[in-house]
Write a protein that binds this ligand. Structure first.
Ligand code: FE
Ligand code: FE
Ligand code: ZN
Ligand code: FE
Length: 168
């Protein structure tokens, strides 16, 4: 890897691997959470993710490279962490901790797509810039939905449960 174009292709493969890993891991998490709203947010984002993989195929096409993944150690770690929560947590703790873990994944994706999008611009690849911008917006929207759930819904329930325990 020597040039910005090389770094772009490498990082594109990294996020392609990550999106496919998320597609595999997501349904297991959705099946385990208690909140119906959280389940829906996860399931909706799995549909987004299928679209994202197709958009990435288009990005690969702009650089005349076949779609392929290269192991992303970061997503492996983030998924492992999420799996640990799913295995060990229960009740309100499960839902709030899953929301936190999923936000870490969205933040990772936001970082990657922000970088890739601007590299595309520097490389004069306007088409890739716009395609990556579309995915970036989807990741930001997913993160906002999770924030909304954490603030308005699940965390509030946890706080009430905590107060109940404190006053009991
Ligand atoms: Fe994604
Ligand atoms: Fe990575
Ligand atoms: Zn830009
Ligand atoms: Fe995402």
């Amino acid at each position: 890897m020597k040039t910005l174009a090389d770094a772009f292709e490498h990082t594109l493969k990294d996020i392609y691997y990550a999106e496919n890993a998320i597609l595999k891991a997501g349904p297991k998490v959705a099946a385990k959470v208690g909140s119906a709203e959280l389940k829906r947010v996860i399931e909706d984002h799995m549909k987004d993710t299928e679209v994202q993989v197709k958009i990435l195929d288009d990005v690969f096409r702009t650089i005349d490279a076949p779609s392929s993944g290269e192991k992303c150690d970061a997503i492996e770690g983030l998924i492992k962490e999420t799996d640990g929560i799913v295995r060990e947590a229960e009740g309100v703790a499960l839902d709030v901790a899953v929301i936190g873990a999923l936000q870490a994944i969205e933040h990772y994706e936001i970082a990657r797509y922000g970088t890739l999008r601007e590299w595309a611009m520097t490389l004069g690849n306007r088409e890739a810039h716009d395609l990556l911008g579309r995915i970036l917006d989807m990741e930001k929207a997913a993160n906002s939905k999770l924030t909304g759930l954490a603030v308005a819904n699940v965390n509030e329930g946890g706080e009430r449960a905590g107060k109940r325990r404190a006053s009991a």
